[in-house]
Design a protein around this ligand. Structure first.
Ligand SMILES: NC(=O)c1ccc[n+]([C@@H]2O[C@H](COP(=O)([O-])OP(=O)(O)OC[C@H]3O[C@@H](n4cnc5c(N)ncnc54)[C@H](OP(=O)(O)O)[C@@H]3O)[C@@H](O)[C@H]2O)c1
Length: 336
């Protein structure tokens, strides 16, 4: 496939993401990547763009990219440069997983894209290593740990074993990426499907044998009891109209002061019943807190953006090119 045939459609908007690599509703052969901040469709050839539009919500702006611009966009996306939490690392895993499940379908498009996607992953790793490696971790987990901060560290040797526990709600993708960062205190994991909580607990124990991890079993009542006794709660589940009022009520019943609720499934602004819980941190407030970038960080990000475009141009000159070919090419780079 020629890079000129690569087309990407991009819709930006907060929404509940579908499963990894959702099946296109139309049955069209396209690679869909759905995250909670955007939906992206990758197709081959301009003719495939019009039907692909049907896969996107009617509201909001739909951007389209072609050829080098499409590759550069995918590279920025994979490097976390399109994310609100700029340079976050989880997105790369999400894209790789979306690719794995799409390519397993073995469709003609997956075969056409395969070589380009391998180059994309290679370039994303190179940009991350060269420009974003020492940026400071920008994962959801690192930000959560920063927010819990000294509080969690101080609670590492609690007077009473339950005083310092952090309760993690959920065992899905986000919970799995956040859990290793919750190192300051005892960790309690509670998930609707308890087997998944056990899987996560086993995985964490493998990584760090001395980490105290407990799985909360006993259904919703046991979860509420844990809300009453934990010092912090980190929720990695979507908002839940039925269960959330009881969760908020349980948190209010605590007798120990302090502690935080960080709810990453709440979207930009906390809605009822979370909105009048003092100090609750939603995904939106987490992004807000991170908006203050240092000058150095901003410069590094700019260089990474530039590198994405430069790599896309190199790829347009030949899939395996890693150096400009001629004086004309060099001149083209100087205009970047
Ligand atoms: N993945 C990310 O990078 C990311 C980033 C920012 C925000 N978020 C948000 O975080 C939330 C979780 O995302 P995810 O990627 O981890 O999804 P996921 O892998 O699909 O996992 C969903 C988790 O939520 C639980 N869950 C779903 N509905 C529930 C309900 N009604 N009551 C109780 N538990 C419920 C699931 O429990 P079961 O195991 O029982 O199904 C599972 O633990 C979503 O709201 C998402 O928008 C995700």
């Amino acid at each position: 496939m020629d890079l000129r045939d690569l087309h990407v459609l991009h819709w930006r908007g907060a929404h509940v993401a579908a499963a990894t690599a959702p099946e296109p509703a139309s049955g069209q052969d396209l690679w869909l990547i759905d995250t909670c901040q955007r939906r992206v469709a990758v197709v081959c050839g301009a003719a495939a763009c019009a039907p692909a539009r049907g896969e996107f919500p009617a509201h909001g702006v739909l951007e389209t990219f072609q050829g080098t611009d499409a590759y550069a966009f995918l590279l920025r996306f994979a490097c976390g440069l399109e994310s609100k939490l700029v340079a976050e690392t989880e997105i790369f895993g999400q894209i790789k997983q979306a690719w794995r499940s799409f390519s397993e379908r073995g469709s003609p498009l997956s075969r056409q894209l395969s070589a380009w996607v391998q180059l994309l992953f290679q370039d994303a790793k190179a940009v991350r290593a060269q420009y974003l490696g020492n940026l400071g971790s920008a994962s959801y987990g690192s930000q959560v740990r920063r927010l819990l901060g000294d509080d969690a560290a101080a609670a590492a040797v609690p007077a009473h074993p339950t005083e310092g526990a952090t309760l993690l709600i959920g065992a899905g993708h986000l919970a799995q990426s956040v859990a290793p960062w919750l190192s300051g205190s005892d960790l309690w994991i509670c998930n609707r499907t308890v087997e998944r909580a056990w899987e996560l607990a086993r995985e964490l124990s493998k990584r760090s044998e001395d980490k105290a991890v407990r799985v909360i079993e006993g259904g919703f009542e046991a979860e509420l009891d844990a809300w009453r006794r934990a010092r912090h709660v980190v929720a990695c589940i979507p908002s839940d109209r039925e269960g959330d009022p009881a969760r908020v009520a349980a948190w209010r019943e605590r007798t120990e002061p302090g502690g935080r609720v960080i709810h990453l499934g709440l979207g930009a602004t906390p809605t009822a019943p979370w909105d009048d819980l003092p100090g609750v941190v939603s995904l939106g407030s987490l992004f807000e807190m991170l908006r203050s970038h240092s000058q150095l960080r901003a410069r590094q990000l700019q260089r990474a953006q530039h590198a994405c475009l430069e790599k896309a141009l190199l790829r347009s000159l030949g899939a395996n090119a890693s150096h400009p070919h001629s004086w004309e090419d060099l001149a083209a780079f100087q205009t970047l």
